[in-house]
Design a protein. Structure first.
Length: 331
């Protein structure tokens, strides 16, 4: 056990840019790194220069990269092989991943290969009395919290929900040493190939995890056209439109807008919930917002229990009035 040291953070890269969740988790890594340990950003892909600079600016003490044509496109088998080789060589005490689509499959697969544990979808990390990391994760649709500890296994692996930890202030002049590793993936390891990438039209425009303002709509909107009211308010505030699962299931808006346990976990500065009653699954995805405003006709709706401000009324009246008031203030 004494051979294992340092906290690794997997910084996911897409299109040459570091995803926000990896930069957020660098801060979480500093919380659990033991005295004298470093927080190491691990990047796999191709054309990693910009992502490495971002990782350094957000506080990584060291950066380990694996790059090349073999890693141009994400591959579960290839990336697992590379990360396993890195872990066996450097022996980190902990390895933290973002709970993204890729992170949720990559982390447990790596844990299985290394015969260690994996705490999934965590909302908190801290050092426990034993010295091991206590991973806090919601269970039973968020009704309870479970604390997972791995006192006898290394590395301690966990996936962290996006938006749970706030990104620090970047220091553009900060640098970190980069260790470039070469890991050749055997031809028989990767059994899948990317044939074509199909991006939905809305996907590029909706960055829920990065948004500072989100205006979300739920079943209370009543129809698809009501989302235009929310879009006008969101545009005015420089934000984006979100939605509950009920609105998505009704076909009123694309699923890329969905916030909640089965959608995106977000942590904006301002979250305005319109016509959303507050199902546990939805609140699990947005309760980390700095300020929550709820607009609902039902004064007993659960969403008001976590809202900082609540308006009991018809959103089709309240939202346009709110929009007009903001316009007048700005004028």
């Amino acid at each position: 056990m004494s051979e294992y040291k340092n906290v690794w953070v997997y910084v996911e890269v897409f299109g040459g840019k570091a995803k926000n969740v990896g930069l957020e988790i660098i801060g979480a890594g500093k919380k659990v790194a033991a005295s004298g340990e470093q927080v190491v950003a691990v990047l796999v892909g191709n054309n990693l220069d910009d992502a490495c600079s971002a990782a350094a600016s957000f506080g990584a003490d060291q950066i380990i990269t694996v790059s090349g044509e073999d890693y141009q496109d994400y591959s579960l088998e290839g990336y697992t092989y590379a990360l396993k080789a890195l872990v066996e060589k450097h022996k980190p005490a902990a390895f933290l991943f973002g709970a993204t689509s890729n992170g949720r499959e990559l982390a447990p697969r790596l844990a299985a290969r290394l015969k260690t544990g994996c705490a999934s979808d965590c909302i908190g990390v801290e050092v426990g009395e034993s010295g091991a990391i206590n991973f806090t994760r919601p269970v039973y649709s968020g009704r309870y919290l479970s604390v997972v500890e791995m006192p006898e296994a290394r590395p301690q692996i966990g996936t962290i929900r996006p938006g749970i930890f706030k990104r620090g202030t970047p220091d553009a002049g900060r640098t970190a040493p980069i260790v470039s590793e070469s890991v050749a993936v055997p031809a028989d390891v990767v059994r899948t190939a990317l044939i074509e990438r199909v991006a939905e039209a809305a996907e590029g425009a909706v960055k829920l995890e990065d948004a500072e303002v989100i205006v979300s709509g739920g079943r209370g909107l009543g129809k698809q056209e009501s989302f235009e009211l929310l879009k006008e308010l969101a545009d005015l505030l420089g934000g984006v439109v979100g939605a509950s699962r009920a609105a998505v299931d009704a076909g009123w808006i694309n699923h890329v807008h969905q916030v909640g346990q089965t959608g995106k976990t977000v942590g904006p500065k301002l979250y305005i919930a319109c016509g959303i009653s507050g199902a546990i699954q939805h609140m699990a995805g947005m309760s980390g917002s700095d300020i929550i405003i709820a607009i609902n006709r039902d004064g007993d709706a659960p969403i008001f229990e976590i809202a900082d401000y609540g308006i009991v009324g018809d959103l089709k009246t309240v939202v346009p009035a709110l929009t007009e008031s903001i316009k007048k203030l700005r004028a």
